[in-house]
Design a protein around this ligand. Structure first.
Ligand code: 13P
Length: 253
């Protein structure tokens, strides 16, 4: 299975000029560096999705949304449906990022509805799960992960589970420069895999890709991805610097 490197550009690239500079340097550095390695997914703000698809999408580079809504169309001011994202040429959508859980009060039930909507429209959901600092200190990591998984996978059938990508993103590691040890990441990966085996059986569970996210950079990618044998990474800040992002791609690809 090809490794997957996802860039979450968050709420950045504020002008057309800034976006175009980013795209130009990404293309230039990609030609030099990252050919034939991992699968790349870039998730820009929604206003840039179309341009990213037009400019970058190719055999090894895909575009994803940072969020979707579960209704297909209608009176939902400000929302963007999974079908709209799919129709503009995206392949992926991040669902349940900790920043959406925190600032927009997204619940596991909301995340479940978004996952089902994405799957219905043939978008691959990248579902973020992870514990807070307090939960970690209290030794509740496995419990939190299992509750997030159980609730967000409600009514997701076995025929669809292998399409979902999970990203273990400990909340305390996002935007902080703190990272778990590779043993801690491996332990969470095993927890996720075990739950998937129980729910869907071994042969489906082993096909599900599990990524790590939270303060990933080219210096720590061996610790957070290679050593715990993750299927890839979800990168925030470093994805804003094409050269650095592509360095991560070439190190794990
Ligand atoms: P950082 O890589 O900036 O910590 O962000 C991680 C993240 O939230 C990716 O979704």
């Amino acid at each position: 299975m090809k490794k997957l490197v996802v860039g979450n550009l968050k709420m950045n690239l504020l002008t057309v000029a800034e976006r175009d500079r980013y795209l130009e340097s990404f293309q230039r550095d990609f030609e030099k560096k990252a050919k034939n390695s991992a699968e790349i997914v870039l998730c820009p703000p929604a206003v840039h999705l179309e341009k990213f698809v037009e400019t970058l999408a190719q055999e090894n580079i895909f575009v994803g949304a940072q969020n979707i809504f579960w209704e297909e169309r209608g009176s939902f001011t400000g929302e963007i449906s999974s079908l709209m994202v799919k129709n503009i040429g995206c392949k992926y959508a991040i669902i349940g990022h900790s920043e959406r859980r925190k600032y927009f009060a997204e619940s596991n039930e909301d995340i479940n509805a978004k996952i089902k909507s994405a799957l219905k429209d043939n978008l691959i959901p990248i579902v973020c799960i992870g514990e807070s600092q307090t939960e970690r200190k209290n030794g509740e990591t496995a419990e939190v992960i299992m509750a997030q998984l159980n609730q967000s996978l409600s009514d997701v059938p076995i025929s669809k589970i292998t399409e979902i990508v999970f990203a273990y993103e400990p909340i305390w590691a996002v935007g902080s420069d703190a990272i778990p040890t590779s043993d801690e990441i491996l332990e969470v990966k095993i927890t996720i895999r075990k739950l998937l085996v129980e729910k869907y059986g071994a042969s489906a569970a082993e096909k599900v890709r599990i990524l790590y996210g939270g303060s990933v950079n080219s210096k720590n990618v061996a610790q957070v991805c290679v050593e715990p044998q993750m299927d890839g990474v979800l990168v925030g800040r470093e994805s804003l610097i094409p050269n650095e992002f592509l360095k991560i791609v070439s190190l794990i690809g």
